[in-house]
Design a protein around this ligand. Structure first.
Ligand code: AQP
Length: 337
């Protein structure tokens, strides 16, 4: 067994990867691969919790895999959730360790159930309600020490620790590790069009920037970012829109540019047109690199698919061992694997 601490995180195959996903989570995933035993999932069971198209799900799953590899995630660290059905088995067991009342408090369910209701004739799936329990299973099945995610996942991570704790108490053993949340320096990237909300796909096209965004569209979206009317410049206050652009420039690694504009903000000489231009340049430097990587990845699609099928099978062995132990601890029937 590896002596390294384990990191687990996951992303849903629901479309493109945006810069919120990247700065909040995936950028960290890539960095952590150096020093940790990393397990990263494309969680297709989760993608079924909102209205979805069965004939698109597999395609979306592979497309997300290729995109993650283009961003620097190593294929050997990746797995596809539905190739590890033990997640669903542990989900059921955890349903019995999580109270209905606690699950009702999840704010993401409140937001997403409204979206689901609008999109599909008032239909809200039990899966959407139960999603955080499946997420707890995703994490705990690998006994992860750290979970790099964006700020929107804090409540779900708290629930995960609560489930682990309850399980440990009931079986009278410190069996599950209580995982720690890892935030990047940019745990909440906001929509450029409406900085009161987070950058997200479900809010609509203008509310997110794809990491592979076509250059012209990237420019248009960044140059039309909402800032403020200018009367806050030089004061202690900073509008969410301006703060967001500073965060983005820094997250792109353009620290000098960030510091220079911060000085200009403080002394009142900043011009938002130039500032947005700098944010665009910073994003473009990453975006161009990603688009280049993507071409290379797409030329090796077949090999990457093969690698990920193998890595899913390897990673599954960890999950199978956990399920075996959980069944022993809870009195469920076990057969030898
Ligand atoms: N705006 C964000 N800022 C920082 N981190 C973010 N994450 C998501 N949005 C932001 C983090 O990205 C990881 C993957 O999240 P997900 O699987 O929920 O991805 P998604 O469905 O593609 O995210 P969206 O676009 O935000 O979906 P909707 O609109 O459906 O809610 C997680 O670690 C998350 O914290």
């Amino acid at each position: 067994m590896s002596a390294k601490k384990r990191v687990l995180s996951a992303i849903q195959p629901t479309g493109e990867i945006h810069f919120g996903n990247y700065f909040g989570a995936v950028q960290n995933w890539v960095k952590l691969q150096e020093d940790y035993d990393c397990v990263y999932g494309v969680v297709d069971y989760h993608a079924m919790t909102m209205p979805f198209q069965p004939n698109k799900l597999r395609e979306n799953t592979w497309s997300l895999m290729f995109n993650l590899v283009a961003l620097g995630v190593k294929p050997e660290n990746l797995f596809i959730q539905s190739l590890v059905p033990e997640h669903a088995e542990l989900n059921w067991i955890f349903n019995c360790f999580c109270s209905y009342g606690r699950l009702q408090l999840m704010t993401q369910f409140k937001d997403k159930s409204q979206q689901s209701e609008t999109k599909s004739d008032g239909f809200i799936s039990v899966g959407l309600f139960d999603y955080p329990v499946l997420q707890a299973a995703d994490i705990l099945i690998y006994k992860a020490d750290f979970v790099p995610v964006g700020k929107d996942q804090d409540q779900h991570l708290e629930l995960t620790r609560m489930i682990a704790n309850r399980f440990n108490l009931q079986v009278d053993k410190d069996y599950f590790v209580l995982p720690k949340t890892l935030h990047s320096d940019a745990p909440k990237i906001r929509s450029l069009a409406d900085p009161t909300r987070k950058m997200s796909k479900s809010a609509g096209e203008k509310h997110y920037l794809s990491v592979f965004e076509e250059e012209k569209r990237l420019r248009k979206k960044v140059m039309s970012a909402v800032t403020d009317s200018g009367e806050m410049i030089g004061t202690e206050e900073m509008s969410e829109g301006v703060k967001n652009l500073f965060t983005i420039i820094k997250a792109c690694g353009h620290t000098d540019v960030h510091d220079d504009f911060m000085t200009r903000y403080k002394d009142g000489s900043i011009r938002y047109g130039d500032f947005k231009g700098a944010a665009y340049e910073a994003l473009l430097s990453l975006n161009s690199k990603f688009r280049e990587n993507k071409e290379e990845v797409m030329a090796n699609k077949k090999e990457i698919k093969y690698q990920i099928k193998n890595s899913s099978a390897e990673i599954r062995k960890i999950a199978q061992q956990t399920i075996k132990e959980v069944k022993d601890l809870t009195g469920l029937m076990n057969v030898k694997f």
